[in-house]
Design a protein around this ligand. Sequence first.
Ligand code: FES
Ligand SMILES: [Fe+2]
Length: 353
Amino acid sequence: MDQNDGFLKDIWYFAVHGREIKPGALVHKVIAGQPVLVGRTKAGDAFAIRDICPHRGVPLSAGKFVETDNQPTVQCPYHGWRFGTDGVCKHIPSLYEGQDMDPTKIAVTSYPLREQQGALWVFVPSDLRNPAQPTEEPPLMPGVGDRPARIYQKFDLTCHVDNAVIGLIDPAHGPFVHKNWFWRDESGMREKAKEFAPVKNGFVMVGHKPSANSKVYSLLGGDVKTEISFLIPGVRIEHITAGKHHVVGMTTVTPTGPEETEITQSFYSTNPVLNFLAPVFKPFMYHFLKQDADIANIMQEGLKFDPRLMLINESDIQGKWYFSMKAEWDRARAEGRPFKNPVPEKTVLRWRS
Ligand code: FES
Ligand SMILES: [Fe+2]
């Protein structure tokens, strides 16, 4: 995929929850338009390499693990070339004794990978031949230590990641798309005024008491405060503190194709009661995400005709910030300087929802 795919590069993307990648697994993912093999050695180490054999293009994830000089290597199913978890070719079976060819001169891109709080993050470089290395770490969910997500739910949206992000930070669709008995509806709409501030690679809706018309929050009890942040390329973190406990909802959007986006909703909590009950909430989570997926699919019918779109004041300003952060990210890379967050120092946004 070319550079015009509209996907941010040289940045961390959420790939998958680590427990989906069992020891010995080789899993094919597409992340920001790039084919990536996410694997885990039998010893438990996760890694990510380009999922295309440089010989004839077979996805290496179709192969299997074999040992080469006591090291785990991935063997391509076509001619048996073997690649280390660092992407370097360690063995070409067709070479005869003394043949003048050094397999280790051949390599597939190795993607920096982090496994933290049970999640796997992959750093996607813009230049595969001369890949940039990360200068910062992927986001950490606040207050939950190294706990993994208690539950999570994944969905495929049929839209470009930009539209998925806009939906994620759009405060005005709730009463219409998420019309549920357990959430506010149109008749409960009221005027909101929220304060926003920039954070590293994003912005935050500064901590506030949740809207009294959100029935779900009342289940948490205690003195509840919630803070919602959004970080590029597409991570929304809702951090709720209730008494001494933390509850975090992470929603990530990862572009898998020009018109395909994987959305994952993950739920973390330090509250043992909530963790015990969490599986009960999973169907609600599914229901909520499905509503977003359904509207994305309907929207795609309109977007086929490439219409002009609008971002209005003030309910769509977060969307405007997203596009200006993206543009600044690309400019900063091109000019070889640090990202300078274009989100204004302090803004109060008003809307009805
Ligand atoms: S295509 Fe992979 S070894 Fe030939
Ligand atoms: Fe939504």
